[in-house]
Design a protein around this ligand. Structure first.
Ligand code: GLC
Length: 491
């Protein structure tokens, strides 16, 4: 099989969230486990944003393609450059169209909001990827589309058994690529044809869910939740309509990138067999933040977007009580002032108890994973989540809301005494979060063998992409190809 990914983010070139980590790590893991099943290297298409640094020595090819582009005015074609790079375990193919991607703002928008021409930008991205593959006579067997940015592609592949099979992976169900009616023409006739006369626009992710051969999301737990109106974000009917063609595959973790035994940033290495280095990491983190390293009271970490999806408001509300209980907080991320304000206040008045790092700092993130005692993920919904897996691997007890991938990856010590790996709360409320933090603190205080073995169990969980996730994707590819070729009638 020949496999091509289409994705708007890929670590380390372009990242705003977990999507980037997954695209990179999965592509590499597939390369490692595919054996003869897949032709290597796998192609990963990514827009060439302004911030993508192209190291000269790694470019393996460059080619211009003429791409049909209804957004280009009269000419209706646009020249796009495809720049190939040898990435770590796959081939990165940058879609270089400066007018679309060489922008001062973010990947999807700027301070004024989403770019108005996103449909054209990502439509062109998909067309360019398909066009170069066609031009090379290398049409893939499987197109693996990630999130709405790749959704336009579902209508650029012809129907029928000769075309590539399409697997759509939903990382974030909250973003649909909504395209208002007046912009649909930029996606071309393939899309105007499906615009109902009375429709106000097109939900690209929704349409891709309907049309892909197979659809998955990034954990079995979220795949079940997404079928319900409370989690389906309006797309639960589309997901339900796909029956067993919609399912979950739990993300893995890049266990080489995230390994406290080899992590070059943290103050001392450690492992499951010998965790003494973790104490050094804790002292280092607290000292850097101006906190007292000799205070044994539990330190909680949180990293990520500080927004309601991530349940940051729950932490903000619970924070005063947590501090009164003797917890200290180390939070890294950024978010709107109305949400972050109260924590800013606490960090200003009690700097020895609260640290707020309002920037995305990769090295500090590693120090937080290694140096805190507990790691918070109070997300209201979480298709999979990465932080909790990293925390487990770094011997930092995760404290998570019982949702999506969080529930699938953390086993609650309260419900399963002696076999848990962390703490799970059922109600996404400040009280729910407080309850779990107190469960955690009670175990930390009791210490002893029970606590040590909880941490060891967490560090022993095997999240390696190569173990389960990558083989599951290979199976999904094979199934998608069978469905596309019509080998399994109606299945
Ligand atoms: C999105 C989801 C997150 C998931 C990630 C990678 O960011 O919100 O839960 O882990 O995609 O699949």
């Amino acid at each position: 099989m020949r496999v091509a990914f289409l994705a708007a983010e890929c670590e380390p070139w372009a990242k705003t969230g977990g999507l980037a980590d997954v695209v990179d790590a999965l592509a590499r893991a597939l390369g490692a486990v595919a054996g003869d099943a897949v032709e290597l290297p796998i192609d990963v298409f990514l827009p060439r944003y302004r911030s993508v640094a192209v190291p000269a020595g790694r470019v393996t090819g460059e080619r211009l393609v003429e791409v049909p582009d209804p957004g280009a005015g009269r000419r209706a074609v646009t020249t796009v450059r495809i720049v190939d790079l040898a990435a770590d375990g796959y081939r990165l193919r940058l879609v270089d169209h400066p007018e679309s991607f060489d922008r001062a703002g973010g990947y999807y928008g700027d301070e004024r909001g989403d770019y108005l021409d996103n449909a054209r930008r990502f439509g062109l991205f998909c067309r360019a990827a398909l066009e170069i593959l066609r031009a090379e006579g290398r049409s893939p067997d499987v197109l693996h589309l990630h999130d709405w940015h790749a959704a336009p592609a579902v209508r650029y592949v012809e129907p029928g058994p000769a075309a590539p099979a399409v697997l759509l992976t939903i990382h974030n169900l909250a973003f649909h690529g909504w395209t208002p009616r007046r912009r649909v023409a930029e996606l071309g006739p393939e899309w105007t044809a499906v615009l109902a006369p009375d429709a106000v626009g097109i939900d690209l992710l929704g349409k891709a869910i309907e049309r892909a051969d197979l659809v998955n999301t990034v954990s079995p737990g979220f795949a079940r939740e997404a079928l319900r109106p409370e989690f389906g974000m309006g797309l639960d009917p589309a997901l339900r309509s796909r029956g067993d063609r919609f399912f979950g595959i739990l993300n893995g973790l890049d266990t080489e990138l995230w390994d406290p035994a080899t992590d070059p940033v943290i103050a001392a290495p450690y492992s499951r067999a010998d965790r003494t280095g973790k104490l050094t990491c804790r002292a280092d983190l607290l000292t850097r933040l101006g906190m007292d390293p000799s205070d044994r009271g539990p330190v909680l970490g949180m990293i990520g977007r500080l927004d309601p999806q991530k349940g940051f408001d729950l932490l903000a509300e619970a924070a005063p009580t947590l501090l009164a209980d003797g917890f200290r907080l180390v939070v890294q991320g950024s978010g709107p002032a109305e949400l972050v304000g109260s924590l800013r206040g606490l960090a200003a008045t009690q700097p020895e108890r609260v640290a707020l790092i309002e920037r995305f700092d990769r090295e500090m993130a590693r120090r937080i994973y290694a140096g805190t005692d507990g790691f918070l993920m109070p997300s209201r919904f979480e298709p999979c989540g990465t932080g909790q897996m990293i925390a487990l691997r770094y011997g930092t007890s995760p404290i998570v809301h019982a949702t999506g991938g969080l529930r699938d990856t953390v086993r609650d010590e309260h419900d399963h005494p002696g076999s848990g790996t962390g703490f799970v709360f059922r109600h996404a409320t400040p009280d729910g979060l407080l309850w779990a933090c107190r469960q955690f603190a009670a175990r930390v205080r009791a210490g002893g063998g029970a606590w040590e073995s909880l941490l060891e169990r967490g560090m022993a969980v095997d999240f390696d992409w190569r173990t389960r996730a990558a083989p599951a994707y290979l199976e999904a590819y094979e199934r998608a190809v069978r469905l596309r070729r019509g080998v399994v009638a109606g299945a």
